[in-house]
Design a binder for this molecule. Structure first.
Ligand SMILES: [Zn+2]
Length: 476
């Protein structure tokens, strides 16, 4: 694994992102309730108005096991102090000064972990089981960021399918908003003229289609003006069915993006394309290599250039899992926040028939296995892995799939702690936001999940969510 110092040295040359600080809603709310109580008392002609109890100055999560995401072992009987949107103190009882007059949450027997960071998601394009540009709106983006938040996914990088409304929403929730995931954006991603995936149903008009280096330059300048957090390219022909962007164009995209201090992540599938992209200076692989095993040449090149890798194993699973209705459709952790009509459609044999009719259907389960094999190979070789799912498109469920992704990573051979670290510190480093996100440390954002059971013992315990806190606000 690339050492954190290697990452920060590269990060610092490109600058870091700033995230606004907001005071928590519950402090504002309690202030309003106290004033309301005083008003009611006055109207009832009670002469003596009781003095309002002072507002809590801090929130304390008390007595939990804390796994802070830094790679350190968990701390038992620990205390987290939150002030505003930040962690003010964290550590074992006795080492942390608990402020007087704090609101305290008894968390004995629970485990607290940082909120999950998804390096590859999509927001705002899907409604029910249809993806289309017409669905894209501020309202739909916010609803989906809320859905991520319910599941403890507190930050998401939206990778290449975003339009104007995202620039109003990007970053953390504003003070007047209900708590939701923080979102970063790549704006619109690139493909070639009539290239994959622009030609797929539901994708018309979403990617930027380029045919010349001059077109690339103009669009990169536009993305730089929008101050996007990443640039996205799709490099794929989907088993030869569609047109793949030409290497001269993806090289120009990477080169021009770097000139603007923007980094580039690529959708890729084939080992040969991964090699070409990494040689050209790609910053992150947005999916696993899935046509064959990664070889020593790619591993060497990825390590030299410190390219990070995002596995998106659930994306592979989603291509075949609905052939017959999967058991998770009846799992309350899924169905509680899912659209019943969507569940009904996915259980309908007609849906399964359509899935099996895909001419490449027989290849898909193998692609997942290859992705898992390559995740383990890259991880063991010391390549930086950042968590990502490619959720957001139809039937790739935001929130629920992130928990399944962790399970598939553990099945691939990572320990629960290693899988969770890809979704906390590693993802924050790959986003270059580790100053504010990714671990439970003094000064960082209070984005955390309170779990009823220990995920280090069993990764399925990430689903036993008691509370999610984002920037000091509880998600509910
Ligand atoms: Zn994607």
């Amino acid at each position: 694994m690339a050492s954190p110092s290697e990452f920060s040295s590269r990060s610092s040359s490109l600058g870091r992102k700033k995230v606004r600080l907001h005071s928590p809603r519950w402090i504002t709310l309690s202030a309003v309730m106290i004033s309301l109580a005083a008003l009611v008392s006055c109207s009832e002609k009670i002469v003596q108005v009781p003095a309002p109890s002072p507002e809590p100055a801090a929130l304390v999560i008390d007595g939990a096991q804390i796994w802070d995401g830094s790679g350190a072992p968990p701390v038992q009987d620990a205390v987290v102090v939150i002030k505003g949107d930040r962690i003010d103190a964290v550590g074992p009882r006795g080492a942390v000064t608990v402020p007087a007059n704090a609101r305290t949450i008894d968390a004995k027997g629970k485990t607290v972990i940082p909120g999950l960071i998804n390096m590859h998601g999509h927001v705002g394009m899907t409604k029910a089981l249809k993806q289309a540009k017409e669905n894209y709106s501020k309202e739909n983006i916010l609803a989906q960021l809320k859905q991520y938040a319910r599941y403890g996914v507190t930050t998401v990088m939206s990778l290449g399918t975003d339009f104007e409304p995202i620039f109003e929403v990007r970053g953390a929730a504003k003070p007047d908003e209900s708590p939701r995931a923080t979102v970063f954006t790549a704006g619109r991603g690139f493909t070639g003229k009539q290239g994959y995936p622009a030609v797929l149903p539901g994708n018309a008009g979403i990617p930027i289609e380029v045919d010349t280096v001059d077109e690339v330059k103009a669009h990169i300048q536009e993305l730089a003006r929008q101050k996007v957090d990443m640039v996205k390219i799709w490099v794929d022909d989907h088993w030869g069915h569609y047109t793949k962007i030409r290497p001269e164009l993806y090289r120009a995209i990477i080169e021009e993006a770097h000139k603007q201090n923007l980094r580039v992540m690529a959708h890729l599938f084939y080992l040969a394309d991964a090699k070409g992209l990494v040689e050209a200076g790609l910053d992150g692989m947005a999916h696993s290599v899935r046509d064959r095993e990664v070889d020593p040449a790619l591993i060497k090149s990825v390590k030299e250039r410190k390219t990070f890798a995002v596995p998106t194993l659930t994306r592979e699973e989603s291509t075949f899992v609905y052939a017959d209705p999967p058991a998770f459709l009846d799992d309350l952790f899924f169905s509680r926040w899912a659209d019943p009509e969507v569940i009904k459609t996915l259980k309908d044999p007609a849906w399964g028939k359509k899935v099996k009719a895909d001419p490449d259907f027989s290849k898909y389960a193998g692609q997942l296995k290859m992705g898992q094999k390559n995740l383990k190979k890259l991880f063991d070789a010391g390549v930086k892995i950042a968590f990502g799912t490619d959720t957001g498109p139809p039937a790739r469920f935001q929130g629920y799939f992130e928990h399944r992704e962790l399970e598939l990573m553990v099945q691939a051979g990572l320990t629960p702690a290693q899988a969770l670290q890809t979704a906390t510190l590693n993802a924050a480093e790959c986003l270059q936001v580790e100053k504010d996100f990714g671990t439970l440390e003094k000064g960082k954002r209070a984005d955390l999940i309170v779990l009823d059971a220990d995920p280090l013992e069993n990764i399925l315990n990430t689903r036993k969510i008691s509370q999610v806190w984002i920037g000091g606000h509880e998600v509910n």
